[in-house]
Design a protein around this ligand. Sequence first.
Ligand code: ZN
Ligand code: FE
Length: 265
Amino acid sequence: MSIDAMAGDASGLQVHQFRSLDDNYGYLIRDRETGACAAVDTPSADDIVEALASTGWQLDFIFNTHHHEDHTGGNLELKAATGCKIIGPRADAERIPGIDIAVGEGDVVSLGRLRARVLDTPGHTRGHIVYVFDADDAIFTGDTLFSMGCGRLFEGTPAQMWDSLQKLMPLPAQTRVYCAHEYTQKNGRFALGLEPNNRHLLARMSEVDQLCSLDMPTVPSTMGLERLTNPFLRPDSPELQASLGLAGAALVDVLAETRRRRNEF
Ligand code: ZN
Ligand code: FE
């Protein structure tokens, strides 16, 4: 099961997106000019080998977002098979199998002529990072930001997650959000419970329901759409606050309660 989501001609960033494991997305990304290629996370070595075969691309790097098995499970096998270099979060370097280059906030990662800014986004794990391709209007968010959701707080606090999400919020509306899981429909149903009158959310959900009924991906989303529909980016929404019984509360407390309720949804 594989789809191609190619960036516009103006962009040098090519993205090959495919499903992996139960509900993960795998991504091969490539610089059109130089052919430099990376896998963003490695849910399954077999699926990535198959994606490399179907594209004809050659793997130079793995860009890991965080240590979880469904993001690093293919690291060692792919490194042995291809000799690729593994880049991952400095704050969690000891938990990234085969890591060669540890990076964190303020670092810039090169893929051929492409450049990705690294942001530290702790919350889901203590060492989560995301890769921002500013010139190509794309971000790879791992399990920090999902379409209409955010990652569970396994190793971090609501305050850390809120800080992390706030780093992403100013990105341009057209920024494509490539997240690591297809959780969109369930996230959207939860979001509608909190903001039943959000017309952007209603429109997005009818589109999502249609895509899901056709077994098509709802990812990538865009930052513009996320700002309008994602409850974890909208703790300032009066309707959302009222639904939670938290009108006028501190935004971090609204986010914490939204996350708590989503865990039980
Ligand atoms: Zn994870
Ligand atoms: Fe995951």
